[in-house]
Design a protein around this ligand. Structure first.
Ligand code: HEC
Ligand code: HEC
Length: 246
């Protein structure tokens, strides 16, 4: 299932590696230090603050991911039989009235209501049971987070981005990530990208070098699934502050 494929462990290792690189990159040589002490103090302060910000963002993202993972487990136990592994309605049973049981993108309020009260309460099939006597409030909250995330490419892409890309591209994708100062050319400001989705998918999958760009932009094709890369590209479209290139 999608949560299993997130590659969270791999990206945590990668982040730890980058933090290591950052620590080493702080210039400490004596003569350099006296000449540039002011700049160094500034860079160090900036680094401390960004690191705090990044940790906070990662914690928030992980909190959401954890909730979704718990929701995924509840989903597996109670919902797969009708809705299928991925919510595409490919379960083992068919609803008595022959309905498709695909779970589409819906508002959290709708998810909550149909899970609590069952299909009839929202003018849907009576074969969608009510779960309020079976599941706890917390389990239903976890399910809503899970369904909201897995049915929305942009939310999935946001998770992919925030767990893999922000150290270079910045929390907001503006190219101001912690590691940005180390690289020339710097990580692109993705809020002002003039590249289309096809180009982005290629450079993310194959890395910068294969596209005649900096080899600092990693190859993600091994770490991330094709779907995760599509999701990341969908998310990147939503952060643009310039028009999408035709
Ligand atoms: C016995 C089969 C069955 C089980 C088990 C089941 N559902 Fe359903 N579910 C349905 C049917 C049938 C529909 C209605 C389809 C319709 O009316 O369009 C539905 C609809 C839904 C919808 C609305 C989907 C949409 O996009 O309109 C959601 C959300 C949903 N179910 C969530 C769940 C969750 C979460 C669980 C597990 C806690 C679950 N269902 C378990 C049969 C089931
Ligand atoms: C180690 C730093 C680093 C990481 C981590 C990183 N990138 Fe990059 N990325 C770069 C650099 C540097 C460039 C610019 C290459 C150039 O201009 O030659 C770049 C360029 C890009 C571009 C091209 C944008 C354009 O408009 O030309 C995209 C898209 C991109 N990165 C997406 C991502 C995504 C998505 C992730 C996470 C899955 C990611 N990057 C992680 C360093 C990084």
């Amino acid at each position: 299932m999608f949560m299993m494929k997130m590659g969270l462990r791999g990206s945590a290792v990668f982040s730890a590696m980058l933090f290591g690189v950052l620590m080493m990159a702080v210039p400490t040589g004596e003569s350099f230090a006296t000449e540039n002490s002011e700049t160094i103090a500034k860079v160090k302060k900036e680094m401390r603050e960004s690191r705090k910000e990044i940790r906070k963002a990662m914690k928030q993202t992980r909190g959401k991911v954890k909730q979704a993972v718990r929701g995924g487990l509840v989903y597996k136990s109670y919902c797969v039989v009708c809705h299928g592994e991925t919510g595409d309605g490919d379960g083992n049973t068919k609803a008595g009235d022959g309905l498709l049981m695909k779970i589409n993108k819906q508002t959290p309020a709708f998810f909550e209501e149909i899970i609590l009260e069952g299909g009839v309460a929202v003018q849907r099939s009576k074969f969608m049971p009510s779960w309020k006597d079976v599941l706890s409030t917390e389990q239903i909250g976890d399910l809503v987070t899970y369904l909201s995330m897995v049915t929305d490419p942009v939310s999935r892409g946001e998770v992919v981005f925030k767990t893999n890309c922000i150290l270079c591209h910045g929390l907001n994708g503006d190219g101001m990530g912690r590691a940005a100062v180390l690289f020339d050319p710097p990580p692109t400001d993705l809020t002002r990208s003039d590249k289309n989705d096809i180009y982005k998918k290629m450079i993310i999958t194959m890395g910068g070098e294969a596209m005649g760009r900096s080899s600092v932009m990693p190859i993600w094709g091994m770490e991330l699934s094709d779907d995760e890369i599509d999701d990341a590209v969908a998310y990147l479209r939503t952060i643009l502050v310039v028009p999408y290139p035709e």
